[in-house]
Design a protein around this ligand. Structure first.
Ligand code: NAD
Ligand code: UGA
Length: 458
């Protein structure tokens, strides 16, 4: 078997882009991405990729059909590859013990069993999915239980890319982290993976640890990033009460090099498929080891996020004279952040549902996420209009609720928008990306997040 052959099980937001980058940077490797979802694979093989990510189409087209292949034949992929990345989803468990917190590892376990069953020679198995600490131990046991006497090395190589900047993050990562077992085979496998990344990542940025540290670091990295956001979001509530301005506070605080300026933007709450799930995973782990104070500390990051989402939605109701029943509200943005069509755990879902519960009529616009929004709100579609034009969304609306930080929202013609809206017209800027002074001058009642409101009322 060709040793320079890679399989990735799972062609999602991580598997697809990561393998496209490896294929582009390591032309002597054959890279196959396999998924049981035939629609997704058909998408990867077409001009309409299944996920939107700036620069991804060009990256995929560079190697697809040359040394990058997308297939539903997972079994064949296993037999023909030496290094197997597993990048399947690891959502929060919704049933049984640990429901609501622990990671659901069923997709991972199925993959591990299939690898054990289909393999005809020794393999390197790489944890690319985010997993609980010590998952590698269980995976190794499953793999080694094969009756063919084969040897499997398990490495942990968590992914740190962020959606919307995935290609840039993969091309120029802050670090690549690889955790390995202490055995000689473990060290050999580690060297092979280091060699692979060294094709384009400077050696000093490829760091190696034991497997447990690697698994733990991924959970902690996400928890720390989310914690910074929750910290600033908590202060945004205080700013609204005191006349301080959250943007000024975060700028002043972030200039301290020890704190750093990034990930201090207060907003309507963090979304995305991972922050909440990974923190809950950490919380569950702490609880398992009876570290209840530690668990409570991290759980608060998630609770603060829920508070922020609720606070944003309730502020809309309260300031629109305590009723939004029958009022049209234009929702600007549905994806969980700009430059992605992904709506998993988007604050837009919670906010929209709360507004609908108050009997508002929603007109939702998003440049990339409308199809996902339709799925997320499938059960309440009757009161929702999905608009492909923002100016259509604001026609006859009493308010704009800005939820996603798409750049284009700041570039719209707000004079025209004001003329299309009911009066008094409100703007609730959940990301502080609009020019609030200008909007106020145009006649809007403006409610930025974490700073004083500007209204035309007495
Ligand atoms: P995803 O849901 O987009 O993709 C997972 C894919 O795995 C799906 O297409 C699914 O069909 C496939 N799959 C599931 N079981 C399978 C099986 N038995 N055989 C073949 N395919 C199977 O998920 P994602 O966002 O790519 O995340 C994958 C992992 O990476 C998760 O553990 C996540 O926490 C982690 N992660 C995600 C991101 C991100 O930005 N999305 C970043 C870093 C890490
Ligand atoms: C995040 C991490 O940044 C990645 O390193 C990690 O690999 C990934 O999770 C993962 O494990 O899935 P992602 O969720 O794609 O990436 O996007 P982020 O840029 O981290 O944004 C997450 C959420 O936080 C978004 O809703 C964003 O709008 C919000 N955010 C971000 C803020 O509210 N304020 C900020 O200052 C930064």
């Amino acid at each position: 078997m060709n040793k320079k052959s890679i399989l990735c099980i799972g062609a999602g937001y991580v598997g697809g882009p990561t393998m496209a980058m490896i294929a582009a940077k390591c032309p002597e490797y054959k890279v196959t991405v396999a998924d049981i979802n035939a629609r997704r694979i058909a998408g990867w093989n077409s001009d309409e990729l299944p996920i939107f990510e700036p620069g991804l189409k060009e990256l995929v087209e560079k190697s697809r059909g040359r040394n990058l292949f997308f297939t539903t034949d997972v079994e064949k992929g296993i037999r023909e590859s030496h290094i197997i990345f597993v990048s399947v989803n690891t959502p929060t468990k919704t049933f049984g013990s640990g429901a609501g917190k622990a990671a659901d590892l069923q997709f991972w376990e199925k993959s591990a069993r299939l690898i054990a069953e289909q393999s005809e020679d020794d393999k390197i198995v790489v944890e690319k999915s985010t997993l609980p600490v010590r998952a590698a131990e269980a995976i190794h046991r499953i793999l080694q239980s094969n009756v063919k006497g084969l040897n499997f090395s398990v490495l942990s190589n968590p992914e740190f890319l962020a959606e919307g900047t995935a290609v840039a993050d993969l091309e120029n990562p802050d670090r690549v982290l690889i955790g390995s077992m202490v055995s000689p085979e473990g060290k050999e496998a580690l060297e092979e993976l280091v060699e692979l990344y060294a094709h384009w990542v400077p050696r000093e940025r490829i760091i190696t640890t034991n497997v447990w540290s690697s698994e733990m670091s991924k959970l902690v990295a996400n928890a720390m990033l989310a914690q910074r956001i929750s910290s600033m979001n908590s202060i945004s509530a205080l700013c609204e009460k005191t006349g301080a301005d959250i943007s000024e506070v975060s700028h002043a605080v972030g200039l301290d090099k020890r704190v750093g300026s990034r990930f201090l933007r207060a907003g309507v709450g963090f979304g995305g498929s991972c922050f909440k799930k990974d923190i809950l995973n950490l919380v569950y782990l702490c609880e398992t080891f009876n570290l209840h104070e530690v668990a409570a500390y991290w759980e608060q990051v998630v609770l603060m996020n829920e508070y922020q989402e609720r606070r944003f939605a309730e502020r809309i109701v309260k300031n629109m004279f305590n009723t939004i029943s029958g009022k049209r509200i234009a929702v600007f943005g549905f994806s969980f952040k700009a430059d992605t069509g992904d709506t998993r755990e988007s604050p837009a879902i919670y906010v929209s549902r709360l507004l609908l519960n108050e009997q508002a009529e929603l007109a939702i616009y998003d440049p990339k996420a409308l199809e996902n929004a339709k799925i997320d709100l499938a059960d309440v579609q009757a009161k929702v209009e999905f608009c492909s034009d923002p100016y259509e969304a604001v026609r006859g609306a009493h308010a704009i609720a800005l939820i996603t930080d798409w750049k284009e929202f700041a570039a719209y013609d707000y004079e025209k928008i004001f003329s299309l809206m009911e009066k008094p017209a409100f703007v609730f800027d959940g990301r502080n990306i609009l020019d609030h002074d200008r909007l106020f001058k145009l006649g809007f009642n403006v409610f930025p997040l974490g700073k004083a409101e500007k209204t035309h009322f007495e």
